[in-house]
Each structure stands twice: as structure tokens, then as C-alpha cells.
Design a protein around this ligand. Structure first.
Ligand code: 3HC
Ligand code: NAI
Length: 717
């Protein structure tokens, strides 16, 4: 029988007595309508075809099936639904084998669980990661996985969302066998899953005179149902505590409970109902927005115009907080690193800062002494810029002072080879001015890491006017190697993140002076989904950092602008936060969680009295409306100024650099969810009190006038 197209994305072909169903829907074989229709039709064909005694489901490409087609969510449904497809596979009268390679995730694993036998290549990853998208498995996963894995293990598997490897999947009972690597290699090389699947199907056919048995997961009894219900009750209590406002985790437990309490088909029906409530939740929209946004950020104009320069060696100037963190991130990425400091004492401190990180990993058992030694063998230190003559990429992380930075870049200009990329980690300074201090501005770029640089994922790639496209592309490549999430930003005071941060912190300061305590503000921000409030963050980072910036800006501050001095009063007392034992909060005996401080409240009261302000009360909701309105308004200005390419770049910046709750998708996505007209109405209302601060962004006004949202500006790069 020839290869037959049963849909644009699914073909069938008879190999002896085995009907092979091949899914081919690049790039990841997502289960879009054409795949679902094709799979359904192919199983109908298998049942009808007398020569077919068994069925094999395989996929083209690297991935078995990555799950439901996420782009279809929120659109009108197209039949057959995925649960119908999985049920149809399971109902097939001939034994169905699924051969898994690459990733079998979400609906991809559910298709495999509909099959009667499952085998996998050794490098396979299987998972039910729906929870990461604000969802739950919706095509039988919550009913079939518990029958194979046990109820508690299955629920935990779905709640974690983390994929597991072949061995773990075998032990859990999710797959029946792992293909012998030697056999896989001995096949024709490009289709080991097909060969192994055919071998398995033929083996099954050979064992029984009457043909191989069909085995349906739905027919398996739930092991130890009473104990399972006790486990689920405990898990639900624990999940309610830990999942902080997330919608889908408790729905997962509810559906798994149905696998114990209800007949299979009723459990499936309940799963479907719960799945649809997840689909309708704004959290699903926020999390899926985040999924696509973090992939879109790398699609920048330069990526189409140039290829990256080779980077085989890296140097860092400055071994302080940031220099050391960046050195660790680069060493962890496998690069050789040279650190340069200004004198012997400073370089000794820089080296110690790096070594301390690895000592900590060894102490926690996350690295062996031998691995530490191998990593540090790639780490060199120096006080001589001449040692940078052959380095491909240099990152400067010296004091935040334009004159000091310019002097460093002039030195680099003298010693570095032509074509070396020269980057600065400045937080705020004018990178065009730094570039202009060299004879090669085309090679100068901003690489703004976040503290701690070996942990925080965000990397703002700051693009000055004269930098060449291949340097920008090189920076994106480096980010990928260092497992960072890169966002392209333009040059301005604070780039995307710190510029917007400065504005909404001002809004928070105003509320503090008008009547909200620092503790009420932090609680409202945490209630919104952030891990910490702004005053807690200041205490963690060190209040002195912001104080220095405020002093630097004092001379250029608009004298008409409202300025709140509470934080300055706190810093003047030497209360810089956790490192000094007190800041906005008290940290007795080095505690990491702060306690409210009556003396701070007294400072706040005194500042209000000085300005003649009668404090008024703020609800958490009003605090967040003002906080978000300030953030979104400045975000719109950042967009209009071309500092961020698209709203999604701002979203990713805040998700990965500032702890913005992922289930809301980012500030600009959140603004769309709330409605831009509502945000603008708030800004106009707040402007009655302070028209200078609350100036509506013209872009926001334009979008509202045209009835558009920020999403309309997120065209694909
Ligand atoms: N639907 C639609 N598009 C998808 C997709 C999906 N499920 N998974 C990935 N893609 C797209 C990506 O957006 C990307 O598109 P682009 O090239 O236009 O940017 C492309 O496929 C390649 O993806 P990656 O860049 O992520 O490729 P990787 O090779 O790094 O990773 C992967 C592959 C591990 C499969 C990863 O893409 C992934 O984790 N995908 C999502 C898996 C998932 O969450 N599945 C569950 C879906 S929900 C579900 O199944 C519900 C069901 O229970 C009813
Ligand atoms: P830091 O004060 O901890 O370290 C600066 C280091 O630079 C010191 O070790 C100093 O000896 C060294 N140095 C100064 N002049 C030098 C020179 N001419 N040659 C070689 N070394 C020199 O400062 P930190 O916090 O590491 O900041 C460095 C840069 O990173 C600044 O531009 C800062 O704005 C930026 N940054 C800081 C973040 C933070 O949270 N600390 C976050 C993101 C960026």
C-alpha cells in the first residue's frame, strides 16, 4: 500500500501487517486541527483495513508531539476534540503502539496514553506541563496517568509540570519499554523510532495466534482508592497553600480525584469541563502570552541582517558584585574568562567573590571538588589590560561613573584586537557617550545583567546608535549560551526596566506620603502576585544604591516635581536594609524576613506632617491601580520612544528581571486584560491631583481612541 495522506499533517502506510500512522506538523508536531482529524481518520482506516493487524503511531522530526496547538486556544473549537481523538485511538480494535522520540508533552503524551503500548527512545522527555500554561491535562491525562502511575505520583507529576526522562517514565509505568540504543543505532539512522516501533508491533503480533491483545488504560483499576483519596486531600491542602492564587493546580487535583471516584467516562467528562474553565481563565491567557513572548524577544531586526561574531573567550573588567556574577555565568556557559581589576587587592577580592560561589555549590553538594577545579581552570585574573589583546568579548562592570567607564573603554580601545566586542553593564549611563569615547563605536554595546548575575535570567541588550548589527546578534547568541532571556533595549536613562521601575516607585512613594504605610504597599504588591514588595526589594538590594542615584539626579530633577524624602531619611540613619540589619524593616540577628519598624512609621509620619499632608487610607486595590497605571503609562512612553521594540519586550523584562507575576503575562498584557480605556481613565483621574506626574502617554491615548490594545503592536518580528 502506498503512502496515503489522511490529512495534510498525517499519513498512513502499511508495512507488512502494521499500519504506520505518521504525524508531520513542523516544527514540533503540535496537535492542530489537521493532526487531530488525520489521527482520527487514520484509526478509522486501521479498523477497516483487513490487512492491518496492528497500528504504529510515529512522528517526523525531532519531537514526537509537543502537545495541543497552543495557538488554537481561545479560538472557536474545531472537531474532533483531542479527548475524542485519544478515545478513538484507545477504542481501536487492533493493538496500537506509540513510538516516542524527543518530547512527548501534554496532549502528545495523552495521545500515547490512548495507545495500547508505548515505547521510547532513550533520550525521550515525557511530561504533562499544562500547569505552566495555566491549564490541566485535558485529553484524558488526569484519568489515564493515575491508572498507570498511581494516583499521588500522577497528581504530583501534573502539578510539577516537569518532564521526566525515559528511565523514570519506565519506572512510573508510563511507558512499556525503552529502545535499546545499540538497536536504535543499528537502524538506518534517521528513523530509529519507526524501526523500533515496527519491531515491537511485529513482536506483539507474533506472540499470539489470534493476534496481539488490545490493552486499554481505561480498563486498569485505580490502585488503592481509599489511600489515594487521603493522599489527594493532603495534596489539595498543600497545593492551596503553595500555589498562591494559581487557578489550575486545584483543578488538576479535582480531576484526578474524579479518576478515583467516578467511572472512566464520567471522569473524562469532568476533566473536560474543568479544562474548559482553565481555558477561559485570564491566567491561561497570561501564561500563554508569556510562553510566546519569551520566544519572540530574540526575533529582532538585526537577526535577519547579520551573523554573529565568534566568541571563544570572554573578559570582565571589575570583580565586584556584578563582575563576579557575570564571570560565574560565563564560566558556567563553558567559556574561558579573564577578570581584570585595578590593583592586586581588588583582584584578590574579585577572585574570592567568584570562588565563594563555587565553594557554596560544593558545600550544598551541587558540585564536586573536581568539577569546581575544572571550572576554575578556565578562570584567569589580571591587573594588566594587555592581557586582553586576544579576547573576543569584554564586559565592563566597574563603578557606575561615566568618567571611570570612559577611561576603561579608552584602555580597551588601545589593547583589544580589531573586531572584539566591547560591552558595558551600566544600569543607567549613556552608552552612546561611552561608545563615542572609543575609535570603534560600531563594536560597543550594552549588556545589562541583573543581580545576582549568575542567577537572574534577564539580560537587557542595549543597542546604541552606531553599533553594527553583527555585534547585536553576537550579544543574543551569548545570551543563549549563558541561558539568559535577552531583551533588546534602546539607550535612555535606565533602559526599559529601570526607567519604568523609577516611575512606579515614585507612584509608590507618593502613596506612602499620602497615607499608605510601606508595609501596606508591600502587602498589596505581594497580593497581586509579586514575591516581594518594593520596600522589601530596596532592603534586599541595599537602600544606598537608590540613594546614590537620587543624589546624582538631584541637580537635574524638575523643581516643580513632587519629591518624597522618606527613603532619604532612612538612608541618612545608615539603614540600608538587610546588610545593615534595618531599612524599611527590622532584621534582628541577621533575619532574612523583615519586621515592621515603628521608627520607620514615625519617620513617615514626620515627613507627612512636614508637608502638611493629612494621611488618608488606601485599599490594596487602589494601591495596585496606581502602581500599575504608573508602570503601564511609562511602558507606553518607552514604546513610543523606541526603547522597547514591542509591548512583549517590556512584558518579558518585567517577568524575568523584576518578579512580575507570570500568570498575568507582564505589565502590558495585564493592561490589555484590564482594558486600556480603564487604565487611561485612572491616569486622568489621578492627574487631577498631580498633573505633572500623571501625564497620559500619547501612545496610550491613541490606542484607546482607536479601540486597540497593546497586543496589536506585538506583530511577529
Ligand atoms: N503549540 C504551538 N506551537 C508550539 C508548541 C505548541 N504546543 N510548542 C512549541 N511551539 C512553537 C514555538 O512557539 C516555536 O515557534 P516559533 O519558531 O514560531 O517561535 C516553535 O514551536 C519551536 O519551539 P521552541 O523554540 O520552544 O523549540 P525547542 O526545541 O526549544 O522546544 C519543546 C521544543 C520542548 C516542545 C517546547 O516548544 C515546549 O515545551 N513546547 C510546549 C509544550 C507544552 O506545553 N505542551 C502542552 C500544551 S497544552 C496541552 O497539550 C493541552 C492538552 O492537555 C489538551
Ligand atoms: P561594585 O562596586 O561591587 O564593583 C565595581 C568593581 O569595579 C570594584 O571591584 C572596583 O575595584 C572595580 N573597578 C573600578 N574601576 C576599575 C577599573 N578602572 N579597572 C578595573 N576595575 C575597576 O559595583 P557593582 O554593583 O558590581 O556594579 C558594577 C556595574 O554594574 C555598575 O555599572 C552598576 O551600575 C552595574 N549594575 C549593578 C547592579 C547591581 O545590582 N549591583 C545591577 C546591574 C548593573
Amino acid at each position: 500500500m502506498a503512502n496515503e495522506n489522511v490529512s495534510p499533517a498525517v499519513t498512513t502506510q502499511l508495512h507488512g501487517h502494521v499500519l504506520v500512522i505518521t504525524v508531520n506538523n513542523p516544527p514540533v508536531n503540535a496537535l492542530s486541527a489537521a493532526v487531530r482529524q488525520g489521527l482520527f481518520a487514520a484509526i478509522e482506516q486501521a479498523d477497516a483495513e483487513p490487512d492491518a493487524k496492528a497500528v504504529l503511531i510515529v512522528s517526523e522530526g525531532k519531537t514526537f508531539i509537543a502537545g495541543a496547538d497552543i495557538r488554537e486556544f481561545g479560538k472557536p473549537p474545531v472537531l474532533p476534540s483531542l479527548p475524542e481523538v485519544c478515545n478513538r485511538i484507545e477504542a481501536c480494535n487492533k493493538p496500537v503502539v506509540a513510538a516516542l522520540q524527543g518530547a512527548a508533552l501534554g496532549g502528545g503524551l495523552e495521545v500515547a496514553l490512548g495507545a495500547h503500548y508505548r515505547l521510547a527512545l532513550p533520550a525521550v522527555k515525557v511530561g504533562l506541563p499544562e500547569v505552566d500554561l495555566g491549564l490541566m491535562p485535558g485529553a484524558g491525562g488526569t484519568q489515564r496517568a493515575p491508572r498507570l502511575m498511581g494516583v499521588k505520583a500522577a497528581a504530583e507529576f501534573m502539578l510539577s509540570g516537569k518532564p521526566i526522562g525515559a528511565q523514570a517514565a519506565l519506572q512510573a509505568g508510563l511507558i512499556d519499554r525503552i529502545v535499546d540504543t545499540a538497536n536504535a543505532a543499528a537502524s538506518d539512522g534517521n528513523r530509529p523510532a519507526l524501526d523500533a516501533g515496527l519491531a515491537y508491533a511485529n513482536e506483539l503480533l507474533g506472540t499470539q495466534a489470534t493476534g496481539a491483545p488490545v490493552r486499554r488504560v481505561r480498563d486498569i483499576a485505580i490502585p488503592d482508592p481509599e489511600a489515594a483519596l487521603v493522599d489527594l486531600t493532603a495534596l489539595a491542602a498543600d497545593t492551596a497553600k503553595k500555589s498562591s492564587g494559581l487557578f489550575s493546580p486545584l483543578k488538576i487535583i479535582e480531576a484526578v480525584r474524579a479518576s478515583v471516584e467516578l467511572p472512566f467516562d464520567d471522569g473524562m467528562a469532568l476533566e473536560r469541563r474543568l479544562f474548559l474553565t482553565c481555558i477561559d481563565s485570564p491566567q491561561r491567557a497570561g501564561l500563554i502570552h508569556a510562553f510566546f513572548a519569551e520566544r519572540e524577544v530574540s526575533k529582532v531586526p538585526e537577526a535577519r541582517a547579520a551573523a554573529p561574531r565568534a566568541v571563544d573567550s570572554l573578559a570582565i573588567i571589575g570583580g565586584g558584585t556584578m563582575g563576579a556574577g557575570i564571570a560565574v555565568a560565563a564560566l558556567d556557559a563553558g567559556l574561558p574568562v579573564v577578570m581584570v581589576e585595578r590593583d592586586a587587592d581588588s583582584i584578590a577580592r574579585g577572585v574570592a567573590n567568584v570562588t565563594k560561589v563555587y565553594d557554596g555549590l560544593v558545600a550544598k553538594g551541587r558540585m564536586t571538588e573536581a568539577q569546581k577545579a575544572a571550572t576554575l581552570a578556565r578562570f584567569k585574573s589580571s591587573t594588566d589590560y594587555a592581557d586582553l589583546a586576544n579576547t573576543d568579548l569584554v564586559i565592563e562592570a566597574v563603578f557606575e561613573d561615566l568618567a571611570v567607564k570612559k577611561a576603561v573603554f579608552q584602555q580597551l580601545d588601545k589593547v583589544c584586537k580589531p573586531g572584539a566586542v566591547l560591552a558595558t553593564n551600566t544600569s543607567y549611563l549613556d552608552i552612546d557617550a561611552i561608545a563615542a569615547s572609543t575609535s570603534r563605536p560600531q563594536d560597543v554595546i550594552g549588556l545589562h545583567f541583573f543581580s545576582p548575575a549568575n542567577i537572574m535570567k534577564l539580560l537587557e541588550i542595549v543597542v546604541p546608535a552606531q553599533v553594527s548589527a553583527d555585534v547585536v546578534v553576537t550579544a543574543f547568541e551569548l545570551a543563549k549560551r549563558m541561558k539568559k532571556v535577552p531583551v533588546r533595549a534602546g539607550v535612555c536613562d535606565g533602559f526599559i526596566g529601570n526607567r519604568i521601575l523609577a516611575t512606579y516607585k515614585q507612584a509608590a512613594d507618593y502613596m506612602m506620603e499620602d497615607g499608605a504605610s510601606p508595609y501596606q504597599i508591600d502587602a498589596a504588591v505581594r497580593g497581586f502576585g509579586y514575591p516581594m514588595g518594593p520596600c522589601q526589594v530596596t532592603d534586599l538590594a541595599g537602600g544606598d544604591i537608590g540613594w546614590a542615584t537620587r543624589k546624582r539626579r538631584a541637580a537635574t530633577r524638575d523643581p516643580k516635581a513632587r519629591y518624597v524624602e522618606i527613603a532619604d531619611r532612612i538612608c541618612e540613619r545608615g539603614w540600608f536594609g538587610q546588610k545593615t540589619g534595618r531599612g524599611f524593616y527590622l532584621y534582628p540577628q541577621g533575619a532574612r524576613t523583615g519586621q515592621p519598624d515603628p521608627e520607620v512609621l514615625a519617620i513617615v509620619d514626620a515627613e507627612r506632617a512636614k508637608k502638611g499632608i493629612t494621611p488618608r487610607s488606601f485599599t490594596p486595590e487602589e494601591i495596585m491601580r496606581r502602581y500599575m497605571a504608573a508602570m503601564v503609562n511609562e511602558g507606553a512612553k518607552v514604546l513610543a520612544d523606541g526603547i522597547a521594540l514591542r509591548p512583549l519586550d517590556i512584558d518579558v523584562t518585567f517577568l524575568y528581571g523584576y518578579g512580575f507575576p507570570r500568570f498575568r503575562g507582564g505589565p502590558m498584557k495585564h493592561a490589555d486584560t484590564v482594558g486600556l480605556a480603564n487604565i487611561l481613565a485612572d491616569i486622568r483621574a489621578f492627574a487631577q491631583e498631580d498633573p505633572l506626574f500623571w501625564q497620559p502617554a500619547p501612545l496610550l491615548e491613541k490606542l484607546v481612541a482607536e479601540g486597540k490594545d497593546f497586543a496589536s503592536l506585538n506583530q511577529r518580528g
